[in-house]
Design a binder for this molecule. Structure first.
Ligand code: GDP
Ligand code: GDP
Length: 449
């Protein structure tokens, strides 16, 4: 049984949160208590999108004592509601326009790593429509115009919510939020993959040895264990799937074939994957195949150019590698590559910093406002192609999730209308602008109207 996705409704008093909640959940379920003094920090109900049920939480609860700052309490309740949600609906009142309290909440929301849909409520009628445009200034993307009271814009709202309600729910967000900065970070899971004889085992041993020199042998750690914990500058790194590597090192050198299933198994266990290649024959067909597999599985990639001690002309080799990457590995443009020698140990200390950096990129959240500023420029520079004489319009984008970075494009046409080459153009721009090199980027296209 998977957990239900949760949508939190946020906003200052009187913007229409309860009204929207009632709309989504139905009057029967809504337990609205208007008795003064009754604290209603949150009200929950179940809504349905097609066959997908999801939980809706209204974070009203503003019966604060007079001595308490309303804005402060508001923020606290809203953020708490958001912490437990997969996506937040931030309501503003299109009739009154944006208030300082809206701006304060928006500033807080922009700091959160949670997707937010901005709703300009009470948008029925023309005047409101003009006012609603003002909500752009909150830096949370394009406002969706809705009227909770009249039901206008609800189909659009549900369509916009869909990607957040169908994504793999993963661990409950509340746990992540509670873990926060206080708990030690979970170890980064790292795998070494590559063709036979490129030096994976040697590199694994080298990393383990160097770590042991620093931290001393750990009691009870068997060297054949599948996961070997390392620490690099306070970062905990689990080297996964090392049993096979370590055993292999003891086996006499023999002719081996690349085992795709073993590679896949290692990939699935890992967050960051180091593709070890033999620098004396860098980026052969099989190396590229593995690199693409890493991208397909949505993992972050780093390339280790091993056996650098055998490279006669480092400059020429570097140029060759750069060219091969640019030509053949567009899926992970900007990937980090580290020349090193597992044999001599030279430069091996450069590998883990690149791994930690790749992991950070893989986890990156691009703020909606910056994303849409970039998108506008990118669309202007290269508009999407015409389809049957009509231009596909991409209205805005949000990042639905990280690990790997996944973006939702809201367009006036179905996904098929955007050719792969155009999505690649956008991915390249995103990588360059938001430092997402070496990380696969995913798109979902949603269309409305
Ligand atoms: P909350 O404090 O954010 O929960 O706001 P409520 O849901 O209690 O709504 C505040 C007021 O705005 C009520 O009088 C609602 O009837 C009204 N309201 C809510 N949605 C709309 C809307 O779409 N249009 C208009 N004109 N009024 C609305
Ligand atoms: P694996 O099959 O990828 O695990 O590769 P191994 O770690 O078993 O290494 C294959 C061969 O390459 C062994 O003979 C290693 O000694 C050798 N080797 C590994 N790393 C280096 C290196 O950095 N430089 C040199 N010259 N030889 C290396």
């Amino acid at each position: 049984m998977t957990r239900l996705h949760t949508v939190a409704i946020l906003g200052r008093p009187n913007v229409g949160k309860s009204t929207l909640f009632n709309r989504l959940v139905g009057r029967k379920q809504a337990i609205v208590d208007d008795t003064p003094g009754v604290t209603r920090d949150r009200i929950e109900g179940i809504c349905r999108l097609g066959r997908i049920p999801f939980r809706v939480v209204d974070t009203a609860g503003l019966e604060a004592g007079p001595e308490e700052s309303l804005a402060g309490r508001m923020r606290q309740v809203a953020m708490q509601g958001l912490a437990e949600a997969d996506v937040g609906l931030f309501l503003v009142d299109a009739r009154t326009g944006i208030t300082p309290m809206d701006e304060e909440i928006a500033a807080e929301l922009r700091r959160q790593a949670k997707p937010i849909l901005l709703l300009a409520n009470k948008s029925e009628g023309r005047i409101a429509e003009a006012q609603a445009a003002e909500a752009w200034s909150l830096g949370l993307g394009e406002p969706l115009l809705v009227s909770a009271e009249h039901g206008d814009g609800l189909p659009d709202l549900l369509a916009a919510l869909e990607p957040y309600l169908t994504a793999d729910p993963g661990p409950p967000p509340a746990e992540e939020a509670e873990g926060g900065a206080r708990e030690p970070e979970r170890p980064l899971r790292l795998a070494l993959v590559g063709r036979p004889n490129v030096g994976k085992s040697s590199l694994a041993n080298r990393l383990i040895e160097e770590d042991r020199l620093l931290t001393g042998p750990e009691p009870g750690l068997t060297r054949d264990s599948i996961t070997i914990p390392l620490v690099w500058q306070g970062h905990r790194i689990d080297l996964v799937d090392t049993a096979g590597l370590r055993k292999k090192a003891r086996v006499e050198a023999r002719l081996e074939k690349l085992s795709t299933s073993a590679t896949l198994r290692a990939l699935k266990m890992a967050e960051v994957v180091v593709l070890v290649v033999d620098a004396t024959m860098p980026l052969e067909r099989q190396d590229l195949t593995i690199a693409r597999l890493v991208a397909q599985e949505g993992r972050a990639l780093v390339i280790a150019l091993n056996k650098w001690d055998l490279v006669a002309d480092p400059n020429a080799t570097m140029a060759e590698v750069r060219r091969a990457l640019a030509d053949q590995l567009a899926d992970v443009r900007g990937v980090a590559y580290v020349p090193l020698s597992a044999l001599t140990g030279r430069n091996v200390d450069q590998l883990l910093p690149a791994v930690v950096e790749a992991h950070a990129r893989w986890n990156r959240r691009v703020p909606t406002s910056a994303l849409n500023r970039w998108l506008e420029a990118a669309l202007e520079k290269h508009p999407p192609p015409l389809v049957q004489g009509r231009r596909v319009k991409i209205r805005y984008a949000t990042q639905a999730k990280a690990r790997p970075p996944t973006f939702v494009l809201f367009a006036n046409k179905a996904a098929e209308a955007l050719p792969e080459s155009y999505l690649r153009y956008l991915a390249t721009g995103l990588r360059e602008t938001f430092d997402l090199g070496g990380v696969p980027i995913r798109f979902h296209v949603r269309h409305g109207e």
